[in-house]
Design a protein around this ligand. Structure first.
Ligand SMILES: Cc1cc2nc3c(=O)[nH]c(=O)nc-3n(C[C@H](O)[C@H](O)[C@H](O)COP(=O)(O)OP(=O)(O)OC[C@H]3O[C@@H](n4cnc5c(N)ncnc54)[C@H](O)[C@@H]3O)c2cc1C
Length: 424
């Protein structure tokens, strides 16, 4: 049967929205992306993408060299006060085990690489910057722009991020984020400056790229920690200091509130001088309060579907938020690869129902594992089992252990989506 081209409206051009544009364009649909910002303030931060995500990027022809991606090759935990190395783990054979690489990116480079892919799509998706969508009628597919203009789409992808207001259109109620008691200062240091520093350089010289994490308390206990890793081909060192939220940080909602070096250094006061030196001279520091939501009951309603953080905001525990957005996009690519060429309103809805069936168990499990990892393990596992019936890591498994890596990385969303379609 010939396939019908859908008019698709995507709200939000973050990692999720851009990925959905690539995916649905590759399935032959006509895409309009509406982004409220002008892409001016790309956030200074780094991100790790596991093989379940990089496999999708590879499939789309992502330029990893241009994006300065580095292989995540090791994880070291170092006591922040004594600089004794607590643990050291090397990740080898990732490509052989999981079919693709485990990579560190500057977030802006990942975003720019996705934008390049969007612009290379044929027909080229239209990107409307500075175009907030203020309302969606999920049944008719009508988007209302801030200008008052209304546009009708066959399929509406809601990818408006953590503070999604449009989530209410799908689940029938507003769903504000929950805030963790922890916040994070983050900044990027020129890596050559850190390497050349007589004290700070010792942690990074001759080391393969990966996490170097400094703990104030014993491993596994909540408290102060600094996570660092290189990005942008080794030009920059990403530094993230997790700390209990200060009273003056309580009202912070977004990603990009400015912070003072004095606050960072005050938190790092009990740390060894060599660890403090990693933060020395930092500029353009941002602070962010960690946020999450519990799983929702369905992602789709009528002609609309929630993807990315809008649908499944999670804490960054397993570094899987963006990879889940990439999985969402590839699921849409497979599920909408051929839509019956008849004017059947149900065609879109039935594919979105398949999306829910495919994505809810996997994503709800990932969310629960990420949000509840610091609580009692048995409780977390019991909750995961409410959503997901397949094998899951045991209660003693640690973040980034083989058990978690197998759970996240062996999953191939394209295979799962094709299998689901065949079973219908
Ligand atoms: C500290 C931290 C560390 C993380 N580390 C990792 C990691 O290592 N690995 C990983 O995979 N994930 C990580 N994540 C998660 C990851 O960053 C997110 O899951 C991912 O960026 C979500 O992308 P998104 O496109 O859904 O949302 P966003 O990137 O927030 O994009 C939403 C877009 O929608 C736009 N928008 C909002 N409202 C409207 C509107 N009404 N109309 C039009 N446009 C609108 C916004 O301007 C924005 O551009 C981390 C998250 C945090 C907070």
């Amino acid at each position: 049967m010939p396939s019908r081209q859908l008019e698709v409206g995507i709200i939000g051009a973050g990692i999720a929205g851009l990925s959905a544009a690539i995916a649905l364009s590759r399935s032959g649909h006509s895409i309009s992306l509406y982004e409220k910002s002008r892409f001016r303030n790309e956030t200074g931060a780094a991100i790790i993408i596991g093989p379940n995500g990089t496999r999708i990027l590879s499939k789309w022809g992502f330029d990893f060299v241009k994006a300065g991606a580095l292989d995540y090759s090791q994880m070291r935990r170092i006591r922040a006060d004594t600089i004794e190395v607590d643990s050291e783990e090397f990740f080898t054979g990732v490509q052989e085990q999981y079919g693709d690489r485990w990579l560190l990116f500057h977030r802006a480079d990942l975003h720019a690489g996705l934008k390049d892919l969007v612009e290379a799509c044929e027909p080229r998706p239209q990107i409307h910057l500075g175009s907030p969508v203020v309302d969606v009628d999920v049944d008719s597919g009508v988007l209302k722009l801030a200008t008052g203009e209304e546009v009708r789409k066959d399929l509406v992808i809601i990818a408006d991020g953590a503070h999604s207001e449009l989530i209410a259109k799908v689940i029938g109620r507003p769903y504000p984020v929950s805030k963790s008691p922890m916040s994070m200062y983050r900044f990027l240091q020129p890596f050559d400056k850190v390497l050349a520093h007589p004290e700070a350089g010792q942690f990074y010289k001759n080391q393969p790229p990966g996490f170097t994490t400094f703990y104030k308390t014993e491993v596994g206990r909540p408290g102060l920690l600094i996570n660092t890793y290189p990005c942008r081909g080794g030009e920059l060192l990403y530094v993230a200091l997790v700390h209990p939220t200060k009273p003056k940080e309580k009202g912070i909602e977004g990603w990009d509130s400015p912070a003072e070096l004095a606050d960072v250094l005050a938190d790092a006061k009990g740390f060894h001088p060599a660890v403090q030196a990693v933060c020395e001279g930092a500029t353009d520091i941002k602070v962010y309060t960690q946020m999450w939501r519990d799983p929702i009951e369905h992602f789709s309603r009528g002609r609309a579907v929630l993807i990315g953080d809008a649908g499944h905001l999670m804490l960054p525990t397993h570094g899987q938020g963006a990879s889940m957005a990439l999985e969402d996009a590839l699921a849409l690519q497979v599920l909408f690869s051929d839509v019956p060429d008849a004017d059947d309103d149900n065609a879109v809805q039935s594919r979105l129902q398949l999306f829910d069936k495919l994505r809810l168990p996997r994503v709800s499990a990932a969310q629960t594992m990420s949000n509840k990892m610091m609580g009692p393990p048995d409780k977390m596992i019991a909750e995961v089992k409410r959503y997901y019936t397949g094998p899951i890591p045991g209660p003693k498994a640690k973040t980034f252990s083989k058990e978690y890596n197998d759970f996240f990385f062996l999953y191939d969303v394209a295979d799962e989506a094709r299998n689901l379609r065949q079973r219908q």
